[in-house]
Design a protein around this ligand. Structure first.
Ligand SMILES: Nc1nc2c(ncn2[C@@H]2O[C@H](COP(=O)(O)OP(=O)(O)OP(=O)(O)O)[C@@H](O)[C@H]2O)c(=O)[nH]1
Length: 511
């Protein structure tokens, strides 16, 4: 079945199909490889952002935790030792030591219930400032909770720099609000850490509060600290899950589409997000795919070009073969015609003298071998010269054709029987395996049939066209007889028939 299908289409078709399939496969494999490479790159981006987010969350947790531990310690001391001058002096020294120890700490402050600071971490206590209006102060005054509070970023009134306030409530002995202990975290500290990540030129990382307030971001911009991201899809995605997750989000700050991994801090109401620009990250892949695609397209084009030429060559060959076959068939046909013509008489369509000689030779040898009898009849049209003279040479030709046709019809058609134009208006009939009597009967039947044609012949005393025939038969023996002797004998008999008055059949005396 496969073979039949293969044969139904030409070799050109299969060659074209093969070249086409190879070209398409080449392109398909490249596209497939490219998609896999892109997938791997995207996975790499996800892994990278997830790792950065984890490191940032851990760092922020540890940073705040260290400051908060100091706060808890100070709260405990003040609530135990009171606010007397010696106690405050001790707290002051402790604060200075803590700030010197912790790089993230911009300062430590203790405020009374009215918002005036009582002591801070500075070396020289300057004039007291009132921070009763700060969000964290209001928060502790209105909330009983003893846990840490991470406030919104503010510009420090003492240093003029952006800080993140982390605070705890001070209680009086009766449990009423006694003030606030505050640690300010230097936003620069976070920025510096965030600069250390390799997130590309267009990557971004940020620390954001659970209320959607931006604490720190890389790339850093003063004006963006403290802005709200509540309406941002990234914040909404985080709010919905409150853990870790990822997704593609457009930044509200620079409209860049990035792949974000976000993660909540373990102990504080904040989360971090690490984002890489998908476009930037896929740039390498794009360049690589582009170069490869160009290579593959050039290869496919070359393959197509040479394939087309190859198919053209095959086509030419197939055509040449078909032409050759056709030429060979024509030649064979011409040869057959030539062969036939060489053995045939052109006027009468009977065998010619050459064929008669060949057949006579063969049949004579066979008759010798099998001791068979071979007969030969020599026929000659009577007064044919006159016929030509009276009716014209063309009519003479027609007459010869008619006589030949009749003789052919009336001659037995056994294998080896040959009716041949012997020459001029003489026709010979060779009949192997035939006795003299049989040959005489055939000759007589022919003579009568021609006479009965009643073809007018004014030049003949019979008034119609007639023939004379001489018949001879021989059972040849090797060394004693030759083929020519049979023809000679028939010829002699024909001569006798002519001499005897024509329109008769005469048998040869013997060979
Ligand atoms: N039209 C035509 N005439 C032919 C052809 N071949 C031989 N002849 C003529 O046949 C005639 C033979 O004449 P002859 O051999 O003298 O004998 P005849 O006239 O037939 O007389 P008899 O044989 O004695 O009865 C000649 O005139 C030839 O030109 C031929 O192919 N066509």
């Amino acid at each position: 079945m496969l073979r039949a299908m293969f044969k139904r289409y030409t070799i050109t078709f299969w060659a074209t199909l093969f070249v086409g399939v190879v070209c398409l496969s080449l392109i398909a494999v490249d596209v497939w490889r490219s998609l896999i490479a892109r997938d791997a790159q995207v996975q790499e981006i996800q892994r990278l952002t997830s790792n950065v987010a984890r490191a940032m969350a851990q760092h922020a947790d540890d940073t705040i935790k260290a400051a908060d531990t100091s706060l808890a310690d100070i709260v405990e001391r003040i609530e135990t030792d009171g606010l007397g001058a010696p106690a405050l002096a001790r707290v002051h020294r402790q604060m200075q030591a803590q700030v010197a120890n912790l790089a993230q700490l911009a300062g430590l402050f203790v405020y009374d219930e009215g918002g005036q600071w009582l002591v801070n971490s500075r070396a020289v206590l300057g004039p007291s400032l009132n921070n009763a209006d700060r969000e964290y102060f209001v928060y502790h005054r209105t909330h009983d909770g003893r846990g840490p509070h991470v406030g919104e970023p503010v510009i420090s009134r003492t240093s003029g720099k952006w800080i993140i306030p982390v605070s705890r409530r001070l209680n009086k002995a009766d449990g009423s609000f006694g003030g606030v202990v505050l640690a300010t975290l230097d936003i620069d500290y976070f920025s510096r850490f965030y600069q250390s990540f390799d997130i590309g030129a267009r990557g971004a990382v940020a620390l954001i509060s659970n209320q959607g307030v931006l604490m720190v971001r890389r790339p850093f911009d003063d004006n963006r600290v403290g802005t709200s991201l509540r309406d941002n899809p990234l914040f909404q995605a985080y709010s919905a899950r409150h853990g870790s997750g990822s997704g593609m989000f457009v930044s509200p700050y620079d409209d860049e589409l990035r792949f974000n991994s976000y993660r909540a801090l373990e102990h504080y109401p904040l989360f971090v997000t690490a984002a890489l620009s998908q476009e930037e990250m896929l740039e390498h892949w794009r360049r690589d795919s582009f170069t490869r695609s160009i290579g593959v397209i050039v290869l496919a084009a070359l393959l197509g070009f040479f394939g087309k030429r190859l198919v053209g060559q095959i086509n030419l060959r197939v055509q040449a073969e078909a032409e050759l076959r056709q030429a060979r068939d024509q030649l064979e046909g011409a040869n057959r015609t030539l062969e036939r013509l060489a053995m045939q008489d052109g006027l009468t369509g009977l065998a010619n003298r050459r064929q008669l000689d060949v057949t006579l030779g063969n049949e004579f040898s066979r008759a010798v071998r099998h001791a068979d009898t071979l007969s030969f009849v020599m026929i000659d049209v009577d007064y044919f010269k006159q016929y030509n003279d009276l009716y014209g040479h063309g009519a003479g030709d027609d007459c010869l054709r008619t006589v030949s046709k009749l003789i052919r019809v009336l001659t037995p058609k056994r294998a080896g029987d040959v009716v041949a134009r012997y020459g001029g208006e003489e026709i010979g009939i060779l009949m192997p395996n035939t006795e003299l009597a049989g040959a005489l009967a055939v000759a007589e039947r022919i003579r009568q049939a021609i006479e009965q044609l009643q073809t007018a012949h004014r030049g003949s005393p019979f008034g119609v066209l007639t023939i004379s025939a001489g018949v001879a038969a021989i059972t040849p023996r090797r060394g004693e007889h030759a083929a020519g002797m049979l023809v000679e004998a028939a010829d002699k008999a024909l001569y006798a028939a002519k001499a005897g008055g024509r329109n008769q059949v005469v048998a040869a005396d013997g060979v």
